[in-house]
Design a protein around this ligand. Structure first.
Ligand code: S3P
Length: 473
């Protein structure tokens, strides 16, 4: 194997500055939902035939899943609108000729580890600096009990997976409150002989459960706030399917928040997935008193869809959120912290331990970014408290992304709605989910600039302007 084959082009570092902006106006759509897109590609790859998936997002994470499936012999043709997948059937992947690079994507790594565990060859999974720090042990143990041989570096990537075909059924694989683990075990169970039982401690996003019937698959899910089980038989024959992916509620959240925080904004975000296990952020906005209407527009891919009508300027009140709400807005807490920074009073979000093991330690990243921008915030165990400013926070500081797309976008939203600009270092991370984020935000009125290098190669034009203004202050 040639050395350069297992290397992806390193992303060049990018800094973006978001400035206090005029009202956001207009209508927009969002890229397709990232979670649903990973699943659609993988399930299509496990059918023997041709599926057509519309509305795949241009996300680097989803591209990593597609690239790995191609390395496993799946043909995927893609144009701007549609992916055509010629699947290989359950257990049909071919041994890869190179390590499989998951980039920044935990979903890619976990879901594909589940599927690869049921193939009788060895594959190697690698990832970027952020993914290489994330825990995989919760995944490895149950898959090993099903007969897969998985060697890791201290429970983290790189992984060497030697699958077994067929696997043993899972007797009681514990997925906790993680949708990634639940789906990884479902994918493994499809490659097992007999009925598998997957235990969950709380309901997490159920896109896999909703999608399986579209591909002719069967499972029984029995989950409520107290937990539950998913049961399915192995070696099912899946059939190809064609459908469109709804807009991503986690991407839309940044636009909804910016519109709600910038007075006089009026923005419609069309055709967004409002699955009850994904819409927690929007429910929280409503509780805070935001001017938001969720107008249903039907269903796609077995998921409810709606237009989000967002208007800015209403005063927001602080909220308290319970640990039980966490799975429904897991990826939105960094942004909810930014919204809470504008509210009247202290907000408290409880039970956020999972945030420590995302693309970054999100709790530390939120605290650091808020403090640098004049917002009081503190942690007590896994509970986060944000001291609301009762209006626009100071801003004027720097926030680092820590290789985390959601941290980068959340702090750019702070810059759009704060009194002074916010600079975000490491904004290249945004490509994980939404490479067109800054362009879309600008098209609606948001001011996001990339500093131009000065001829001396040193400070940027924006930095020079900031220094000039600071001296005048
Ligand atoms: C995801 C599930 C969540 C979420 C992640 C995507 C998925 O993670 O944070 O961004 O697509 O299943 P966990 O399942 O690990 O909690």
């Amino acid at each position: 194997m040639k050395k350069e084959e297992n290397r992806r082009k390193p992303m060049s570092a990018k800094t973006l500055t978001a400035e206090p902006s005029p009202p956001l106006k207009g209508e927009t759509t969002m890229p397709g939902d990232k979670s649903i897109a990973h699943r659609a590609l993988i399930f299509a790859a496990l059918t023997a035939g041709r599926s057509e998936i519309d509305g795949l997002p241009p996300s680097e994470d989803v591209a990593a899943t597609a690239e790995i499936l191609r390395a496993l012999g799946v043909q995927i043709a893609q144009d701007k609108k549609r992916a055509t997948v010629n699947g290989l059937g359950i257990g049909g992947f071919a041994p890869p000729q190179k390590p499989l690079h998951c980039g920044n994507s935990g979903t890619t790594a976990r879901l594909l580890t589940g599927a690869l565990s049921g193939h009788g060859f060895t594959s190697f999974l690698i990832g970027d600096a952020s993914l290489t720090k994330r825990p995989m042990r919760r995944l490895i143990k149950p898959l090993s009990a099903m007969g897969a041989g998985i060697v890791s570096r201290n429970g983290r990537l790189p992984l060497a997976i030697t699958g077994r075909a067929p696997l043993l059924a899972a007797l009681d694989a514990s997925a906790g409150s993680s949708a990634q683990l639940k789906t990884a075990f479902i994918l493994a169970a499809l490659h097992a002989r007999g009925e598998s039982v997957i235990r969950v401690s709380a309901p997490s996003r159920d896109h896999t459960e909703r999608m399986m019937p579209l591909f002719g698959g069967n499972l029984r899910a029995d989950q409520d706030e107290k937990g539950g089980m998913v049961r399915l038989s192995g070696e099912q024959e899946l059939r190809p399917a064609s459908f469109s992916i709804p807009g991503d509620p986690s991407s839309a959240a940044f636009f909804a928040a910016a519109a709600i925080l910038i007075p006089s904004s009026s923005l419609v975000i069309k055709k967004i997935c409002v699955n009850p296990l994904r819409r927690g952020f929007y429910d929280a906005l409503l509780k805070m008193g935001a001017d938001l209407t969720i107008a249903p527009t039907g269903e796609t891919a077995n998921e409810p869809q709606a237009n989000l009508i967002c208007r800015g300027g209403r005063a927001l009140r602080a909220i308290e959120t319970d640990a039980a709400l966490a799975p429904a807005m897991l990826d939105e807490y960094p942004l909810l912290a930014i919204v809470a920074a504008h509210a009247e009073g202290a907000s408290r979000f409880r039970g956020l331990s999972e945030l420590r093991i995302k693309e970054s330690d999100r709790l530390s990243a939120i605290l650091a970014g808020l403090k640098a921008n004049g917002v009081g915030a503190s942690l007590e165990g896994d509970d986060l408290t944000i001291e609301g400013c009762g209006g626009a926070p100071q801003g004027g500081g720097l926030a680092r992304s820590f290789l985390d797309h959601r941290i980068a976008m959340a702090f750019l939203v702070l810059g759009l709605s704060a009194k002074r600009a916010v600079r975000v270092e490491g904004a290249e991370a945004i490509g994980s989910s939404f490479p067109g984020f800054a362009r879309t935000m600008r098209s609606l009125g948001g001011v996001i600039r990339a500093p131009k290098p000065l001829r001396d190669g040193g400070a940027s034009a924006i930095e020079a302007e900031e220094t000039r203004r600071a001296r005048q202050d």
